[in-house]
Structure formats: structure tokens, C-alpha cells
Design a binder for this molecule. Structure first.
Ligand SMILES: [Zn+2]
Length: 140
């Protein structure tokens, strides 16, 4: 039996650390959920989330969706139009730029939330951390 054969034997189980071969691994989603207590209060559409937990649980938090600010975009757009009607060209230019910047930020956020976020969330649910070497990895 050579050393390389032993290493291959260690790799036959899926649920070991790919870096050090330790089986002392745990699912990140489970650590996060069990190590965090949270209280969600929904008050008139506003959502306050108070959560606290271990540092590890925080580090293993799921990926967050990017926020969009469609109302800010509408407000900037309206101010741009008002400036144009009022003849305030510099104001129209400034708020026009803000409107566009906000629009493209919203587009980026929507694109991320629709295309990348689901895959990242799925990867998070399948991710494990090794308690021996601290390596984080995904098991599909
Ligand atoms: Zn390891």
C-alpha cells in the first residue's frame, strides 16, 4: 500500500474535508441557523430584524439579496423633469445623472438577485466548514 492509495481511500467518502481529509465537518447553513437567534418584527411594511449569534454563525450567514431603490429612482426622475420645466439645466443634469446611476444600480441588483443569488444561496446550503483546518467547501 503506497501513500497515494491511502489518500485516495480518504477521498472515497464525499463528506470529508478536501484539504486535510478530516471528517470533522459541519454544514454551514446548520451552524448558522442553530447559532443565531432572530426576531422578525413586521411593522407596517417595514421589516426589522434583530439577530445575534456567535461570530462563526455570523461568518456563515447566507448570501444577501441586493437592495433596490426604485422609489429613489422615481423621485430623482421627477426632480429632473421639474428642473427641466423650470429651466434649471444644471439641476436637471445633476438629477438626470443621479436617476441614471440609480437606474443602473437597480438593474445590477435585479440581475444579481435573479441570476446569481439563487446559485449562491444553493451553494451556501451545500457548503461545509472543516473544524480541523477551517477550510470552507461545497459538497454537491
Ligand atoms: Zn480540513
Amino acid at each position: 500500500m503506497s501513500n497515494s492509495a491511502e489518500v485516495q481511500n480518504v477521498g472515497t467518502s464525499k463528506f470529508v474535508c478536501p484539504k486535510c481529509g478530516s471528517s470533522d465537518i459541519k454544514n454551514c447553513a446548520i451552524i448558522h441557523t442553530s447559532g443565531t437567534t432572530s426576531l422578525d418584527l413586521g411593522v407596517e411594511g417595514a421589516n426589522f430584524n434583530f439577530s445575534h449569534g456567535s461570530q462563526l454563525a455570523k461568518e456563515l450567514a447566507p448570501p444577501q439579496k441586493k437592495e433596490t431603490h426604485p422609489i429613489a429612482m422615481v423621485v430623482f426622475g421627477l426632480i429632473t423633469i421639474l428642473c427641466l420645466y423650470g429651466g434649471a439645466i444644471i439641476g436637471a443634469v445633476i438629477f438626470g445623472i443621479l436617476t441614471y446611476a440609480n437606474y443602473s444600480a437597480n438593474q445590477d441588483a435585479n440581475r444579481y438577485n435573479e441570476n446569481e443569488y439563487p446559485a449562491e444561496y444553493e451553494a451556501w446550503q451545500d457548503s461545509y466548514i472543516c473544524f480541523k483546518c477551517g477550510h470552507k467547501f461545497v459538497i454537491r
